[in-house]
Design a protein around this ligand. Structure first.
Ligand code: GLC
Ligand code: MG
Length: 671
């Protein structure tokens, strides 16, 4: 007998020990042949159906029981139940994930704070701000609750355009420090939870860049790195194109005996992006800084990157103007020098490269583009990319830079609305009220409006940009003619940061030199003094910025227009699923105003002021039919509501990304 047969026989022998299996003849014989045993089992099936299963029963017996309906049906029911529960769980998880709003990314949470490195803090006392100086002042960003810092260029540069003329994209200008200083600054910023955004200048280099020297001497590899064309050495104008800074955008080069294109200063020759080597060089530079760990780039002057290769004259705005008087940017329609076909492909290429370095959690690399066409907002919006192919996270929104043109609530609403109305759905807005190229708001709009403008900036939806010093209301300095000669681009808004009432406003303390004079008002307008005053511009900036990041309604809620007239602009911020909402009433006019919002049925009758930019109104309770604001006053009113405004006014409200709120179960997903 084989081993297998042996064990089968033993199993059957075991069965016989169970009296339930003893047949009437006294049991199953272990000596029975296989066919006989089978017929015995069949007999068992019919005769012992009523018997209970027992532990250790053989397979054949088990099968007899398991196929009975009373076992089979519950088993199948349990199986299908388990399977459908598992599937339902997967489906619910997937739905929750799909419906949940994304957490805001770092560049959406905090304002972008622009540091102009020459003017922020001078650590070595040479009169020019530097990287070590920025590092010394990291506590200032933390005090303001700022997380994203954009530093204007600090590459090696002859400084004809103060760093926007780059001699070496991989080196730090000695005036600002060393690469070691940069690495330390970046590490220190990261360890303090701050992100560093660099300026990136792809359109041009300095005329002192190695590439330009090789190009003008016709080195075969570099010959076409710039835009060259034949021209007449005396007239120097192969066509009528003009530079952004005025006059012809062509300069004759005596070495190469040709003209090169420069859309900015003649010391800033435009790179030729039709040359694949140039495209590669620029990507390599991006990668160089990405590998260092830089968190984002502000892409400079992007609309100028490509020019039409046919070099035809651009159409004149006034066709009757004599050609020799065509010297300014606004004299021509820039059909051939801006926004050329292929430009967006370049930006997508850069975005794709940045995405490669964005994969680790928390390491998203941010891109903002600098491009502005006041009358062609659609062109600016294209820098958001498409839903499938992304470009920048946002193009800078410069519309509020036009705020000084007209002091009225309706004007401000108009400027805000240009962006909100044209921004592609689901994109993230942003607001710039000042930068190194524009007069400071305290000077252009007036010191009396600094607070209300900061309140606007910090209560609108989207990312605000704050130019250094706007948080304390710094003003433009007066530049004398002799100083203006040193700098072709007048920059009274680039004066040293006013840290304290000490010598040189605390910008440096080792010498008496500062590259631009400190504003004489620094004794009263400085960080130190304002830190001690809880009603200062600085304290209000800090309060609003902190509140904005803490309150969902302000950071990512609905934005709805409520009212606009010659003085007041009013809007509200609310969030699906939250009772807490905010009404903002801002007086940009030239007089006090009483605003009647009684027709807004969603607002409660009584409105209590959470914060006013003017002391007198703090904590005041207004009836909604008479909200009083002084000239230049901003009110932030917090209220509780059961009826939200946005569902019944879809045309007046905007949101970038809806929050996941299930009314029935009152579940609000928050990050
Ligand atoms: C941008 C900068 C400006 C610079 C120009 C050329 O517009 O903001 O300061 O002069 O680009 O790089
Ligand atoms: Mg160019």
């Amino acid at each position: 007998m084989s081993l297998k047969e042996d064990s089968e026989n033993m199993e059957l022998a075991e069965c016989t020990k169970n009296p339930g299996f003893q047949d009437s003849d006294g049991g199953v014989s272990v000596e029975q042949p296989a066919e006989q045993r089978l017929s015995t089992v069949v007999r068992l099936d019919s005769e012992y159906k009523q018997l209970e299963p027992f532990a250790g029963m053989p397979k054949e017996v088990l099968l007899l029981y398991s196929s009975q309906a009373r076992y089979r049906i519950p088993r199948e029911v349990l199986f299908w139940l388990t399977l459908s529960c598992a599937l339902a769980l997967v489906a619910v998880t997937a739905t929750v994930i799909a419906l949940s709003p994304r957490c805001l990314q770092w560049w959406q949470v905090s304002p972008v704070y622009q540091v102009y490195p020459r003017s922020f803090k001078d650590s070595d006392g040479d009169g020019v701000g530097d990287l070590k100086g920025i590092q010394e002042q990291i506590h200032h960003f933390q005090y303001l609750n700022i997380k994203s810092v954009w530093i204007s260029p600090f590459y090696r540069s002859p400084m004809k355009d103060f760093g926007y003329d780059v001699e070496d994209f991989r080196d730090i200008d000695p005036r600002f420090g060393t690469m070691k200083d940069f690495d330390e600054l970046l590490a220190k910023m990261h360890s303090n939870g701050l992100k560093l955004i660099m300026d990136f200048i792809p359109n041009h280099t300095s005329d002192r860049h190695r590439w330009f020297n090789l190009s003008r001497t016709r080195d075969p590899h570099y010959e076409d790195y710039y835009v060259w064309t034949d021209c007449n050495a005396t007239s120097q104008r192969p066509n009528n194109w003009v530079s952004v800074f005025g006059n012809s955008s062509w300069t004759y080069d005596e070495v190469r005996e040709q003209c090169y294109l420069h859309q900015f200063l003649k010391e800033q020759p435009d790179l030729n992006f039709r040359n694949l080597h140039v495209r590669k060089e620029i990507i390599d530079i991006l990668v160089f800084w990405l590998k260092k760990g830089v968190d984002g780039f502000r892409m400079d002057a992007v609309k100028h990157i490509l020019e039409a290769s046919h070099l035809r004259d651009e159409p004149q705005v006034d066709p009757d103007k004599p050609p020799e008087l065509i010297i300014n940017e606004w004299d021509l329609h820039h059909d051939y020098t801006t926004t050329q076909l292929g430009l967006h492909d370049l930006l997508r290429e850069w975005r794709a490269e940045m995405n490669v370095y964005s994969r680790e959690p928390g390491r998203y690399r941010f891109m903002v583009t600098e491009s502005y066409d006041y009358n062609e907002v659609g062109k600016t919006m294209m820098y958001y990319g498409t839903p499938l192919v992304k470009e920048s996270d946002f193009p800078f929104n410069f519309y509020l830079l036009d705020l000084p043109q007209n002091s009225s609530g309706s004007w401000v609403q108009h400027l805000v609305n240009i962006w909100m109305n044209n921004m592609p759905q689901g994109q993230w807005p942003n607001w710039v009220v000042g930068n190194h190229d524009k007069p400071r708001i305290a000077t252009s709009v007036g010191q009396g409006y600094v607070r209300v403008i900061n309140m606007l900036l910090l209560t609108l939806p989207g990312t605000p940009t704050t130019y250094y010093g706007e948080e304390i209301g710094m003003e433009n300095i007066n530049i004398t003619d002799s100083q203006a000669n040193v700098n072709p681009v007048l920059d009274p808004q680039r004066a040293p940061m006013q840290w304290s009432g000490d010598v040189n406003a605390g910008f440096n303390n080792k010498t008496n030199i500062t590259w631009l004079p400190v504003h004489p008002d620094y004794k009263s307008i400085n960080v130190e003094v304002q830190k001690r005053d809880e009603r200062s511009v600085l304290a209000q900036y800090r309060f609003l910025n902190t509140l904005r990041q803490a309150e969902l309604a302000l950071s990512r809620g609905w934005f709805c227009y409520i009212h606009a007239d010659e003085n007041v602009f009013s809007f509200l911020r609310e969030f699906d699923g939250l009772r807490k909402a905010f009404l903002v009433v801002l007086n940009f006019g030239k007089e006090a105003a009483i605003t009647d919002l009684s027709s807004v049925s969603e607002l409660p009758e009584k409105l209590e002021v959470l914060m006013s930019t003017m002391q007198a109104s703090d904590g005041r309770v207004f009836h909604k039919s008479g909200i009083v604001t002084e000239e230049g006053e901003g009110l932030l009113i917090q209220y509780s509501t059961h009826t939200r405004f946005n569902p019944s006014h879809p045309g007046a409200c905007y949101i970038s990304e809806k929050a996941c709120y299930l009314e029935v179960v009152d579940i609000l997903y928050t990050c």
